[in-house]
Design a protein around this ligand. Sequence first.
Ligand code: SUG
Length: 449
Amino acid sequence: MLEFNIDGLIGPTHHFGGLGIGNIASESNRSRVSHPRLAALEGLSKMRKLHELGKPQFFLPPPKRPNGRWLKAVGFDHSNPDDWKRCFEFFPTVFSSALSSSFMWMANAASVSAGVDCKDGKSRVVVANLAASLHRGQECEERFMQLVDLFHHSNSMEIIAGIPGLTPLRDEGAANIMRLWNAHNHQGIYVFVYGDGGRDAIEKNGASTPQRSATLHPSRQTLLASRLVSNLLRIHDTRIHFVQQHSDAIDAGVFHNDVIATSHENFLLVHSRAFHNQPLELERISDTFLRQNGEALRILEIEESELALEEAVKTYLFNSQIVTLSDGHWMMLCPQECQQSEPVQKMLRRIQKVESRIRDIAFVSLRESMANGGGPACLRLRAYATEREIRELPARYRIDDESLDFLERFIASEYPETVRLHDFLDSDLRAHCEWISNSLFDYRKSSRP
Ligand code: SUG
C-alpha cells in the first residue's frame, strides 16, 4: 500500500479576507494585497517537487469563484452589480466568502481511512463539513463532487458526504487526525484531535484533571464530530484515540492539530503543549500502537523551552510534510519561514539526530498560503491505495510533466498578479476569474480520460 497526496489548486480569487477563526496569520494579514498568480505557482511548485521525488501526486481544480449560487442563497443576485456593491458595503465578510480560495487547504477537505484498519477492509473518505467558518462551509459540497469523480472507478474507496454542518458537529477533516502506521504491515492507528469536548469530554475525561473550557477562539473540531466521523470511516474501535487539544495551544493560534503536531509512519513529532493531559495521552497512544501494529512508536516531544508555542505557530515547523523516498529514507518539506528561525533550525538538527530516517530537509516557499495560515501539510490530503489502484485513478487529476506544463503556463498568463478585496467590485475581473475556473474544469474534461 502506498501513500499518495491530493492537493487543491489555488484559485484566481485568492485574497486575504481575515476570515480564519483563531488563525493569527489570517487575522493579521486581513486586507493586505494578495498575489493569486504567485500563490498558485507556489502551490504547484510543491506538487512538482513531490512528483519529481517520484511520489504519486494528484490535484483538484479550483471550485468556481465567485460562488454565485452561494451568494444567491444568502440574498444577493450575483448577476446584479448593485448587489455586489451593497454586499461589499454592508456585508464585507459575505462578499469575501463568496470569493474565498480557502478550498486550497485540502487537509481540511476530508478524513481518510485505509482499508487495512477498517471493519470491512474498505478505505473511505468522509468529506468535512467545515461548519465553523462562514467562508469554508461552501467547500464541502464542491469537494464531495470532485472526490466522487476522482474515485468513480475505484471499488476500494468509498466517498461519504459527511456529517451535517451544525455547530455541535464541527468537523475540519484530516488536519485534526494523525494516522500512525507500521511501514511493514501497513496497519495503522488513528489519533483524532478535538478542541471542544462538550458533554462527551466530561464522560471521557471524568477521571482526569479538567482543563479550562473557555478558549479565546472558538475551537473548530468537536469530539462528537470526531466520534461520528470515525464511525463512518468504519475504523476498528481498538485503533482509535480521541485526544483533546490544550486550551493554551488554541489560544496561541493552533486552530488545527497539524499546526502543533505531525506524524509519519511510526514517528510522532509533537510540541509539549499540544494536548490536554499530554503525558498520559502519549502513553496511551504508544500502548495502542504497540498492541495493534506490533512495533514501538517513536515520539519526539519538543519542549516549550526549546521552541516556544508562539514560534512554532509563526514558523509552522509542525506543518512540514514528511515523505518516504524511493530508497526508504525520508524527506521533510518545511515552510521557508523555518529557515529564518534560529530555534527552529536548532530543532531541525535535533529532529534529524533523533530520527535518522529524515535524511533530507527541503524548504518550500509558500508565502501566500502561509500568510493565510496554511503551510505545506495544509495544502494536501493524504490517502492510501495500492500501486495499481493509484494508476487507475483518472489521469486528468494527476500531476505529471504534461499537466504541470499546462497549469504553469495557464496560471502565469491568466491569473491576476495582485488583488485587494475591493478589486472584485469590477465585474470584468469577476467574469475573468469565473472563466479561469471554467477553463480549468474544461481542460480536465476535454483533455484526458
Ligand atoms: O481555515 N485560512 C485557513 C487555513 C487552513 C489551514 N489548514 C490546516 N491547518 N490544515 C483556515 O483558517 C483564511 C482565509 C482568509 O482569511 O481569507 C483561511 O481560511
